[in-house]
Design a protein around this ligand. Structure first.
Ligand SMILES: [Zn+2]
Length: 252
């Protein structure tokens, strides 16, 4: 399974918890323990890629801080790489930052700047590779940027599960996927801040493994096996790598 990562993601580009020092290193240390992960280095997204999801004014605003722009464009490029590999039949996890699901077309908040998910899916659509996509956003927070940019798009379905405990949360995902039907690809906005020892306090490490496995099974039955995930939130730096690995164990 592919892990999309660039050493530039170690850099501290802002003062928010997603950009904090020491967040990415333990993830990579954990994933490097396992020989079945292939690490792939992305290229930055180009202006044309960003433009499919964002206004020129928004892109220009982010460009006002070159450090921020460079890493945000690289994260969006990492999302594109994950999507392209997934389309080619290789499950991929974009271990990227800044996250993207709170970035809308003309504005952003919540530690997000460019919408990595929208940039990646809209590129596959522009290339005529896909016409439909299912997005599972299991971050603690509702991905308003994903919804604002992609929610009205014909062929795109977004699920932000909202059940109050782990059992119901997993059942909610299972029951929606069971009735969803065919899609050209499935992608996750993979936030890990619903973890029991993170802000949300709800999901165990085993739940992430199960979510990964449900997505794999769905992709194999309804999406020709095409699946990828992009890192969003997750602020327990000690356990983030373990939870991402658990998700990938189910997903790969
Ligand atoms: Zn979050």
């Amino acid at each position: 399974m592919n892990i999309i990562f660039h050493e530039a993601f170690y850099g501290v580009y802002a003062g928010d918890p997603a950009a904090a020092a020491g967040r990415m290193e333990p993830i990579i240390r954990e994933l490097k323990k396992y020989p079945h992960y292939t690490f792939i280095t992305p290229e930055p997204a180009g202006h044309e890629d960003l433009q499919r999801a964002h206004s020129d004014t928004h892109i220009k605003t982010i460009k006002g801080s070159p450090t921020l722009y460079n890493v945000a464009a690289l994260a969006a490029g990492g999302a594109i790489k994950a999507a392209e590999l997934a389309f080619a039949g290789e499950p991929s996890f974009g271990c990227i930052r800044p996250p993207g699901h709170h970035a809308s077309g003309t504005s952003c908040w919540g530690f997000c700047f460019f919408n990595n998910m929208a940039v990646s899916l809209l590129k596959l659509m522009a290339q005529g590779k896909i016409q439909s996509a299912f997005i599972l956003d299991f971050d603690l927070h509702r991905g308003d940027g994903n919804i604002n940019i992609l929610g009205d798009h014909e062929g795109i379905r977004i699920l932000n599960p909202s059940s109050g405990n782990e059992k119901d949360y997993l059942l909610e995902i299972a029951s929606v996927l069971e009735k969803a039907g065919d899609f050209d690809i499935i992608a996750a906005s993979a936030g890990f801040d619903e973890y029991v020892d993170d802000w949300g306090g709800k999901l165990t490490t085993g739940a992430y493994r199960e979510i990964g496995a449900m997505m794999k099974a769905f992709s194999e039955e309804y999406c020709q096996g095409r699946r990828y995930a992009l890192l969003e939130g997750g602020y327990n730096y000690n356990d983030l790598g373990i939870n991402i690995h658990a998700f990938c164990e189910g997903f790969r």
